[in-house]
Design a protein around this ligand. Sequence first.
Ligand code: ADP
Ligand code: MG
Length: 262
Amino acid sequence: MKVIAVANQKGGVGKTTTSLNLSACLAELGQRTLLIDLDPQANATSGLGIEPVDEISASTPMMGEAALAEMVIPTRFPNLWLVPANLDLAGVEVEAIRSGDHLTRLRDALTGMRADAPFDFIILDCPPSLGVLMTNALCAADEILIPLQCEYYSMEGLAKIVGVCEQLRQSGANPALQLCGILMTMYMRTNHSNAVIGEIQKHYGDIIFKTVIPRTIRLAEAPSHGQPIIQYEPGGLGSAAYRALAKEFLAREGVKAVTMAD
Ligand SMILES: Nc1ncnc2c1ncn2[C@@H]1O[C@H](COP(=O)(O)OP(=O)(O)O)[C@@H](O)[C@H]1O
Ligand SMILES: [Mg+2]
């Protein structure tokens, strides 16, 4: 079982879109996948057509008051489960800062699942700030996947988050944390986008996914219908891109994807 944090301290870069659609595509490829929505705004939850519920989120397990497994709910899709988000998650930030050991709460909450391994992958959709929730995700994860908009100012943010990961490794908070990959999102065929990708490739090389996610209105529409893109527009560009990402991701993870569609 691998835990992947989809993280970037910047908002609006495609974290939730990627968490949700990568999870759906991994499930479609037969991988037992758990998506954990760690953003109090609950966009990944509503994007799967599920309303936030009182008492059901990663919040109580992070407070040590319930088991994470009790928060797992099924979705309409085979192989895809969700730990939904609710506003209680915002309280975790406050409570955890007040007490000690605030970095390892999610990792501790995941201990039971690591032992039982009911899932192949756990995907963590992180909120957009370098706060307690995101730091907890980075301490709990095996790998971080960084979505990045194809824009020039994305590069500063990238250096920062890569620096944070390095700090977490060096300090012993998560010595094994690996960079799963950098995913270029909202790509438009412009000189500017291509220049940004070229520049990032110069610095980070093969760690960038070959799959690039195009900007398409369908990817932006799908969540308001409570559907992942492979359900909302199965034959479209967005579906093709996230399916390709899932396959590239599995190849990197050393998992052979077996599908009927191949
Ligand atoms: N590839 C894309 N094409 C078009 N719109 C996108 C794409 N990816 C994300 N969006 C839209 O951009 C906004 C921000 O994306 P989101 O995934 O919520 O980012 P984050 O979770 O990083 O804040 C959302 O309205 C989303 O629907
Ligand atoms: Mg989000």
